[in-house]
Design a protein around this ligand. Structure first.
Ligand SMILES: [Zn+2]
Ligand SMILES: [Zn+2]
Length: 163
């Protein structure tokens, strides 16, 4: 996806989506990978940055290869899916001044973004994919994954019915 397409997908031009894109682009370069490769990413913020990451790395929440460890940091760890080895990158954009958020986003695209980044080697123990088995809730009759089952009054029920 081009940056314009990413902004269109995200819905607006902002420093978050821009940082996510630029951090991802740099991380891909550092680990010699490209969009859609077998990768695993850990994002350290739950904000606009995530869309930039998903569109640039191909790691998505839906596929399960994008994890969020929310610390409110513009940082990510991108590793190879087979070895778990890669890099962690954090950007400090506080030196970049702009009148508005879209202006700041534009500036981030123009400046030497890499110069604002701190890079370190990283290793991630990639959790195995576990979708569980499909079972039927004995209360509402809806199908759900047994990873979420709750035993109550000698019945196996879903979290919604346990509320
Ligand atoms: Zn945004
Ligand atoms: Zn139920």
């Amino acid at each position: 996806m081009t940056f314009e397409e990413i902004v269109k997908f995200h819905g607006h031009l902002c420093p978050g989506v821009t940082s996510g894109h630029l951090l991802s682009k740099y991380a891909l370069e550092l680990i010699d990978a490209k969009y859609g490769d077998n990768l695993y990413c850990v994002a350290e913020a739950k904000n606009c940055m995530l869309d930039g990451i998903q569109c640039t790395t191909g790691c998505t929440i839906g596929k399960g290869n994008l994890a969020i460890e929310n610390m409110g940091k513009f940082a990510l760890t991108l590793v190879k899916g087979d070895t778990g080895d890669g890099v962690r990158i954090i950007a400090d954009t506080s030196s970049v001044q702009a009148e508005s958020k879209p202006e700041l986003a534009k500036k981030l695209m123009e400046i030497d973004f890499k110069a604002l980044c701190k890079v370190e080697k990283a290793h991630v123990e990639i959790p195995p994919k576990n979708m569980g088995n499909t079972i039927v809730c004995e209360n509402c009759g809806e199908k759900f994954s047994d990873l979420f089952k709750i035993e109550k009054d000698a019945k196996t029920i879903c979290p919604a019915c346990a509320k």
